[in-house]
Write a protein that binds this ligand. Structure first.
Ligand SMILES: *Cc1c(COP(=O)(O)O)cnc(C)c1O
Length: 217
């Protein structure tokens, strides 16, 4: 596969859904990938990336941001409050806001810095105990509480259960976003991003279909 093919498939899915060209942002998920693969995607002109871990991102992106202009990296994985400061300094957006304590920490940092990355509230649409994210039935209250802290909410994010039809989860996420007046929808990965585009995704997070399989060796 690769970057060009994924971009073409996103464009086709936008057209199919009668959505304007370019309305979906492609986050190239570079976690665990060898540096040379990441550099080749940068050299192809792509500038939006996703990482799962603060520490891993700190190890590679400051140097790459020095070499390539206009790079933005989004944090997709869980964020501990003790890494929140490092996270707001490095990332252009955080897709894993999922609890009150983290919201308060980010609000304090935003106040001190006078700036804050864009935030997506992660919703555990499959209500899986092992997965991060606020439960769907408390999502509205959590969004309201983030807004009361003046946090810049861009939208919602979900990771559907592996054994269920993702479209049900994408539809649910969209419904929660609409009733809360949120326009951003971070949903869709390598195996299901076209369905996510059809259901309104504004950000798709695609890793292995661009870079190849991750080798956790
Ligand atoms: C790893 C990851 C992705 C990308 O997964 P692929 O299946 O490789 O496309 C997307 N979102 C999150 C939150 C991830 O952790």
């Amino acid at each position: 596969m690769g970057l060009d093919e994924i971009k073409a498939r996103i464009a086709a899915a936008e057209a199919e859904a009668d959505r304007p060209a370019g309305s979906v942002q492609l986050i190239a998920v570079s976690k665990v990938q060898p540096l040379e693969r990441v550099v080749s995607v940068l050299e192809a002109g792509h500038r939006l990336f996703g990482e799962n871990k603060v520490q891993e991102a700190q190890g590679k992106w400051p140097e790459l941001m020095g070499r390539f202009d206009g790079v933005s990296v989004h944090l997709l994985g869980p964020l501990q409050t003790n890494k929140a400061k490092a996270a707001v300094e490095l990332f252009g957006a955080i897709h894993s806001l999922d609890r009150e304590k983290l919201a308060r920490k980010l609000a304090d940092l935003a106040q001190a810095r006078g700036a804050c990355p864009e935030l997506f509230v992660q919703v555990n649409t499959g209500e899986e105990p092992q997965k991060a994210g606020v439960m769907p039935d408390v999502a509205d209250a959590f969004v309201a509480s983030c807004r009361a802290m003046d946090l810049p909410l861009a939208g919602l994010m979900c990771i559907p259960p592996v054994d269920e039809a993702p479209s049900l989860h994408f539809g649910l996420l969209r419904k929660i976003a609409e009733r809360n007046g949120l326009s951003g929808l971070s949903m869709g990965m390598s195996d299901d991003f076209e369905q996510a585009v059809a259901l309104g995704a504004t950000h798709v997070r695609v890793g292995s279909a661009i870079f190849g399989a991750r080798d956790y060796g």
